[in-house]
Design a protein around this ligand. Sequence first.
Ligand SMILES: Cc1cc2nc3c(=O)[nH]c(=O)nc-3n(C[C@H](O)[C@H](O)[C@H](O)COP(=O)(O)OP(=O)(O)OC[C@H]3O[C@@H](n4cnc5c(N)ncnc54)[C@H](O)[C@@H]3O)c2cc1C
Length: 308
Amino acid sequence: MKVHRNVSLKQFSYWRVGGTADFIFVVNSIFELREALDFLHDLNLPYLIIGNTSNLLFSSSGVRGGLIKLGPKFSYCDFEHQVVTVGSGIFLPYFVRQCVNKGLSGVEHLIGVPATLGGAVYMNAGSQRKSLSENIISIDSIDANGNLITRYESDCMFSYRDSIFQSKSELILSAKIKLETKNVSLIRRECLSILKSRNEKFPRKKPSCGSVFISNPEMYDTYGPPGKIIEDVGLKGFKIGGASISSQHANFIVNDGEATDIDILNLIAIAINKVKSETGFKLKSEAKYVSEDCMLINADVAALSLIK
Ligand SMILES: Cc1cc2nc3c(=O)[nH]c(=O)nc-3n(C[C@H](O)[C@H](O)[C@H](O)COP(=O)(O)OP(=O)(O)OC[C@H]3O[C@@H](n4cnc5c(N)ncnc54)[C@H](O)[C@@H]3O)c2cc1C
């Protein structure tokens, strides 16, 4: 197990925001996970499982606790005909490429999502109006008492950017995923076209967490997706401190270099309040905030409590 102390989250996290984390553990087995949890328990410190941090905003005051990341031993994919068993530490774009190379189709929409498989299961990630859950057969996880649990897709309570794991303290270990055979060059072309369209639409040069707000079907039918609405209420390009609502896509908040958690939470709060007053709809965030005491809170809730 690798233990990193006093890690700068500004350097480590995807959004490049955050103070110092007391500990980051990189575990390569359930035994090492147990050791990390025991160590933190003895110090009376809380913990949070992290993937690639691509959906997380860390407190600029740092995190008093331990972040637990799955190491290379959890990064595997075992193919058996059209079913693949995938370790939850695997980097999603790498996993999609493995499927493409084998002529297996179904997860192409995830090619540009900079996540681990575990984070993608937790969030039920997706794009192109698809979600990972559509291809899930089952998920293996482990609870805080060390019990191994297998859940079939129908028991995972998947919905838009949500899963049962958001209301459990479990570590997602692996997923069984079903795919279908297709011509390799067709799948490859589909992936390239998805990447091209993402590169044109989304800001790439500055750190972000992808879409900050989730879409709501009723709001979509009346006003459109969150990015369009935020643009329509005049907030595209709006800047606070070191962060701004992207001038390329208004559902992205980018770190212009020195963003703090408060800059980003303020932008989230302003977007929620302006959209609410002009449309009546309350935006909900996809991004999650990690507080100094290592609590995971929806970023919209954190943002609104900040400005009360
Ligand atoms: C440029 C960019 C583009 C993006 N595009 C998309 C997109 O098209 N579609 C989309 O859905 N999302 C997108 N996202 C958001 C993000 O990639 C997803 O939410 C993703 O699922 C997060 O995965 P992660 O591994 O980074 O998890 P993290 O951000 O590290 O964690 C997210 C949550 O998952 C939990 N978690 C992570 N791993 C585990 C595990 N093994 N066991 C239990 N819990 C775990 C964490 O505790 C946390 O609550 C984008 C982000 C960026 C930066």
